[in-house]
Design a protein around this ligand. Structure first.
Ligand code: C2O
Length: 471
């Protein structure tokens, strides 16, 4: 008991140190939350003997030893995210992808999973670490996850990621385009596509597929980083969660607590990580506190999307070779040029009806307007993003073939358009180039496990309008 008490004290000290990072206003108003803040630390500074890693391993081993019927067991927790096992038990397969519950559902899932880990590790201080892969020093799989003797090791991953020779390329984890979006839905889906999907596919193995992903312990560090990006996105200012949307606020999701008791949670309960859920991320700026005020009915800004031009109506199939699709601007070129300059409009390249039979296991970089004879390099101004399928769009992973839905993607293109219009070229293309991880720091030739089909390509604009004032 004495040790227990000492560790608890240590935990509180750490939390108090982190308080200095938070805004005074949020803390002064919620002194109760301040006494029990957990800090989710960057795995980058840790080794295998770090108390966080030791506790996580212990939690995993304990959860794996529980009977599969126990909702706190490793397999049951992973099945809440997704599973191929049938018949489905309570709360299985509930992960939310390709919609605006992506951030909120995964925040709830991590929160209850972390509480269960804390109990299973007998460590009152435990908080999940995050994997900051956009940091050039953290592009390899964290070292303790590569030790074959560890509970953190999963042999099914891309072998080069497991050996340490492999690393994530910068373009696959650069989240600046997603963070720059003002609209919650656009930012969330852009960041879900990149870095989220890219990291799943490039780590590979169980991580590459929704029904198996959460069986890999690295999943939870990846998602802590995605959750941290939500905070970072808000902290830039001028952005707000969908607190005007009743469906987003009130939809209930089912989880289990550390006693194994079933419960429900809504969006309104997880808006403020420190105040409501008692955690902060190491090194993050002051958290923004959004609220579900019932009296405000309209967002300050409304975003309206409009289709501008259909580019390809023939399906495009992507395989191991680069593919170029010609673009015919017709008479919209002038309009696009002025929209690309506008401060209140954002132009997107949209890919619809994207699907594959199985996980293709690669990502395709997309270049818009790459001049003929120019190499499609990672720092090209014509690079607009990359497609990697996870969740949506994979036929073999759909539980119910009736309900199969292809994926759709939208990539911001204003920068590439301006670069192209400046070069004043009339013949434009969209070029797709298959890419994999870096091996020993160099691009590798990825193996395409299944071709990808794109049914339609178009350009749309998202216009900002002032929100309506109710009265
Ligand atoms: Cu629900 Cu990264 O997955």
């Amino acid at each position: 008991m004495a040790t227990h008490f000492t560790r608890r004290n240590f935990c509180l000290t750490t939390s108090v140190a982190s308080l200095a990072l938070l805004t005074q206003s949020s803390l002064l108003s919620e002194p109760a939350a301040a006494s029990s803040l957990f800090v989710r630390r960057n795995v980058g500074g840790m080794n295998a003997f770090d108390p966080v890693i030791v506790a996580y391993r212990k939690a995993i081993a304990t959860m794996r030893a529980l009977p599969a019927t126990d909702p706190r067991s490793w397999s049951y927790q992973a099945a809440i995210h997704g599973t191929f096992t049938t018949p489905a038990q309570t709360a299985w397969n509930s992960c939310q992808h390709a919609n605006y519950f992506f951030w909120s559902w995964h925040r709830m899932y991590l929160y209850w999973f972390e509480r269960i880990c804390r109990r299973m590790a007998c460590d009152d201080c435990f908080a999940l670490p995050y994997w900051d892969y956009n940091n050039p020093a953290e592009r390899q799989l964290p070292s303790m996850f590569r030790d074959p003797a560890s509970d953190l090791f999963i042999s099914a991953r891309n072998p080069a990621m497991n050996s340490g020779a492999g690393s994530l390329p910068a373009w696959a984890v650069d989240y600046s385009a997603g963070l720059a979006q003002i609209n919650f839905n656009t930012a969330s889906s852009s960041l879900e596509s990149l870095p989220h999907n890219q990291v799943h596919v490039l780590v590979g193995g169980w991580m590459g597929s929704v029904p198996t992903a959460a069986q890999d312990p690295i999943f939870f560090l990846h998602h802590c980083n995605m959750d941290r990006l939500w905070n970072l996105w808000l902290a830039q200012g001028g952005r707000i969660d969908p607190v005007f949307d009743n469906v987003w606020k009130n939809t209930k999701y089912t989880f289990f607590d550390e006693e194994g008791a079933q419960l429900e949670m809504t969006g309104c309960e997880i808006l403020r990580a420190a105040q409501q859920l008692h955690y902060v991320y190491e090194g993050e700026p002051p958290q923004v506190n959004d609220f579900c005020f019932p009296i405000i009915k309209w967002p300050p800004i409304i975003f309206e999307k409009e289709l501008i031009l259909k580019l390809a109506t023939q399906p495009v199939t992507l395989g191991p070779e680069p593919v170029s699709v010609p673009v015919d601007w017709k008479d919209t070129r002038q309009r696009l040029a002025s929209l690309a300059e506008s401060k209140t409009s954002a132009l997107f390249l949209e890919l619809d009806g994207v699907e594959a039979e199985r996980q293709p296991g690669v990502a395709w970089q997309i270049f818009l307007g790459l001049p003929p004879g120019t190499e499609p390099t990672d720092d090209s101004p014509y690079l607009v993003g990359a497609i990697a399928l996870f969740g949506q769009g994979i036929r073999g992973e759909s539980h119910d073939h009736e309900r199969f839905e292809p994926a759709k993607f939208a990539f911001p293109i204003s920068r590439a358009l301006l670069a192209g219009f400046k070069a004043n070229r009339d013949r434009w293309t969209i070029t797709f180039v298959p890419r994999g991880i870096l091996i020993d720091g160099k691009p590798s030739q990825p193996k395409v496990e299944a071709p990808l089909k794109i049914a339609a390509i178009s350009i749309s604009v998202e216009n900002q309008k002032p929100g309506k004032d109710k009265d």
